[in-house]
Design a protein around this ligand. Structure first.
Ligand SMILES: [Zn+2]
Ligand SMILES: [Zn+2]
Length: 163
């Protein structure tokens, strides 16, 4: 099968890459950096996220893949295509650390949906651009959210807006 994606990660040796934020898995075997702010951030309440993350919801910040570079542990990346139930890098897929099991990102063809909990923010302050702009798949939530963000029953702009 032909695998193809438009954007790639930046190279770990790219001298033009000026890291803005860094992230790591729980055991620190996998470390990566991003050179830009996320283009958006969302909280997803879908059933797949609930199971895969073992959590009531998933918080994702979206980056262009070429704004991302893996600086350590490329060999420890595990890829899982949930739709096909195949442990291969068939995009879109889940990326995790094969040593500690931390879910690192959802990798799409062009975008990298990072999980901000893995970032080491200065002073533990979450930058404004990482803050969620909406809740998606709120229709299947297990927990109500008491905030002023838009809440979509399914995908953003393509489903019923509940609140
Ligand atoms: Zn790890
Ligand atoms: Zn989801």
């Amino acid at each position: 099968m032909k695998k193809q994606w438009d954007e790639k990660y930046s190279s770990a040796t790219d001298n033009n890459f000026i890291a803005k934020y860094s992230a790591s898995c729980y055991c620190c075997a996998v470390q990566y950096e991003v050179k830009a702010d996320p283009v958006d951030a969302k909280v997803c309440h879908c059933l797949a996220c609930q199971k895969l993350h073992g959590a009531p919801m998933q918080w994702a910040a979206i980056f262009h893949k070429n704004d991302v570079r893996i600086i350590q542990g490329m060999e420890h990346l595990h890829f899982y295509n949930t739709e096909l139930n195949r442990h291969e890098r068939i995009l879109p897929c889940k990326v995790s650390c094969n040593l500690c099991g931390t879910l690192i990102a959802d990798e799409g063809r062009n975008m990298w949906l990072a999980f901000p909990s893995l970032f080491d923010f200065e002073g533990r302050v979450v930058p404004e651009k990482f803050k969620p702009t909406c809740h998606i798949f709120y229709g299947v939530r297990v927990m109500d959210m008491n905030d002023n963000l838009p809440k979509w029953s399914g995908h953003k702009d393509k489903s019923f807006r509940e609140f």
